[in-house]
Design a protein. Structure first.
Length: 130
């Protein structure tokens, strides 16, 4: 299963990211209330099979623009739900974690704790599938 961790914290970055991914991914989304979350989310859901919303930063809560989307406040629980959901199909789905650099900062150590190999900045031109 491919796990993609990208800040994609503005609408243009979100559109570029979605253009690079196969449709049908499981999205874990979080944004700060003061940011362009509604526009970023709108771009990211285009190819999503499932959308799980979580806090982009501890104590941030769900931004008001998220409407009826599934909200899991605990970032670790949201990640676990996404990984389980992606693995539950015959062909595992990609998991996309995006919407905020704060969220990426919270999720990165959680992925490493689960044994996912994440490239460091100096390894950016190599590809890793975890």
């Amino acid at each position: 299963m491919l796990v993609v961790l990208d800040g994609a914290h503005d609408p243009a970055a979100a559109r570029r990211l979605v253009a690079e991914l196969p449709a049908g991914y499981v999205l874990v989304f979080g944004s700060l209330a003061r940011k362009q979350g509604a526009q970023v989310l709108q771009a990211l859901v285009e190819g999503a099979h499932e959308v799980i919303v979580t806090e982009a930063a501890h104590g941030e809560g769900a931004p008001p623009h998220l409407g009826a989307r599934t909200f899991v406040a605990d970032t670790e629980a949201a990640l676990d739900l996404a990984l389980t959901t992606a693995a539950s199909t015959e062909e595992p789905r990609t998991v996309l974690i995006a919407g905020s650099l704060y969220l990426a900062g919270l999720v990165r150590p959680l992925l490493r704790a689960r044994g996912r190999r994440l490239p460091d900045a100096w390894e950016a031109d190599e590809q890793y599938v975890g």
